[in-house]
Design a protein around this ligand. Structure first.
Ligand code: KG4
Ligand code: ZN
Length: 329
């Protein structure tokens, strides 16, 4: 059994967790920065990086204290090394390197996407490889066949905006606060999803890619027209995203013989998206699983867990591991 300390700082959440290779979350903390970025309607990279500097070391101390151990008692230190906002990635990775250097324990430089991709296995011991993962967050929208630790086949990705980014931009057009996803879902609940005609970009195309930029522009025109109720715009937008996700994920499922569909990332918190994908999986004869909400959004337990999976496979990194703004799986 290995005990891994994980650090996450690639976007606007500072997070630290202690996780064991037998799936026990010993302690964890997540500190978000929504109020710092809300006045700007999106994440401001430098504000995020400075906040990680302020917060991350204190979270490490708290987590170790809660577990009643020192850093010398962990087996390895896992830190997100990308992809993400480079300032924040550098803060977390360098914090991890400092801890590794001081304690003499190995460093695991984790790809944030691998953290999301392996996270369902932290809470679902029965979930074996392979599975098809729809990863939909503020920064990503990808369909991945997860075949093993370090073995991923990317079937589709967004050619422009990520799904969460589309929610955030559409929400901003409707005057809703950042992050827009939860506010859009709430507003959509009182609206008619058929009221506003909106496009379904790439539906029916031969590769399971996504595109959301055109949908955002259509929302912009619908809002500017001034003839629709905001709740109808929100409901119609959400329905368009659901339709795109179902169509693209169906295609990917048909390209893969993975027995299970898993959805992760902040957008997986959306009830309409979850239930549409659950029905899709059922119709395609696949099992369906969504990690709990706290594990879908950015957190360090998933980074520590990806570290545990890599450590168990004998994979460690040197102290020269680079911080990467871009790092496809
Ligand atoms: O995974 P996450 O916490 O951070 C990133 O790695 O990006 O995802 C945050 C994104 C934001 O764009 C947010 O608006 C979106 O997830 N989101 C939602 C919902 N809750 C969060 N989108 C749609 N419906 C929701 N209920
Ligand atoms: Zn993420």
């Amino acid at each position: 059994m290995a005990l891994i300390l994980g650090l996450e700082s690639s976007c606007d959440d500072s997070a630290v967790a202690l996780v064991t290779s037998d799936r026990r979350i010993v302690a964890q903390r997540v500190v978000g920065q929504n109020s710092a970025h809300a006045p700007f309607g999106g994440v401001v990279p430098e504000i995020a990086a400075r906040a990680h500097v302020d917060v991350l070391p204190g979270l490490v101390a708290e987590v170790l204290e809660e577990a009643g151990i020192t850093v010398g008692e962990v087996d390895a230190i896992a830190a997100t090394a990308g992809p993400g906002l480079i300032g924040g990635v550098m803060v977390g990775l360098l914090t991890g390197k400092g801890l590794a250097l001081a304690s003499g324990k190995p460093l695991l430089a984790i790809n944030h996407l691998e953290g999301h991709a392996l996270s369902p296995r932290l809470v679902d011991p029965a979930l074996g490889f392979p599975y098809l993962l729809l990863l939909a967050s503020g920064g990503h929208c990808q369909l991945l066949e997860v075949r093993g630790v370090g073995d991923y086949r990317r079937l589709g990705t967004t050619i422009d905006d990520a799904a969460g980014e589309a929610f955030d931009k559409a929400a901003k057009l409707l005057g809703l606060p950042y992050p827009g996803g939860p506010a859009m879902e709430e507003l959509a609940a009182g609206g008619d999803p058929k009221a506003v005609p909106l496009p379904r970009p790439l539906i029916g195309s031969a590769e399971p890619h996504f595109s959301f930029a055109g949908l955002k522009s259509a929302v912009q025109r619908a809002v500017a027209a001034g003839i629709h109720r905001p709740e109808d715009v929100a409901a119609s937008f959400q329905q368009a995203v659901v339709d795109c996700m179902v169509d693209r994920t169906r295609l990917a499922l048909r390209m893969s013989d993975a027995p299970a569909l898993v959805v992760a990332g902040g957008v997986a918190a959306n009830g309409a998206i979850r239930s549409a994908l659950a029905s899709l999986a059922e119709g395609e004869g696949r099992a369906f699983s969504v990690p709990p909400g706290w594990l879908c959004t950015d957190n360090a337990a998933m980074i520590a867990w990806a570290g545990a999976e890599r450590f168990s496979s004998g994979l460690v990194d040197g102290l020269d591991a680079p911080a990467r703004a871009r790092w496809p799986l």
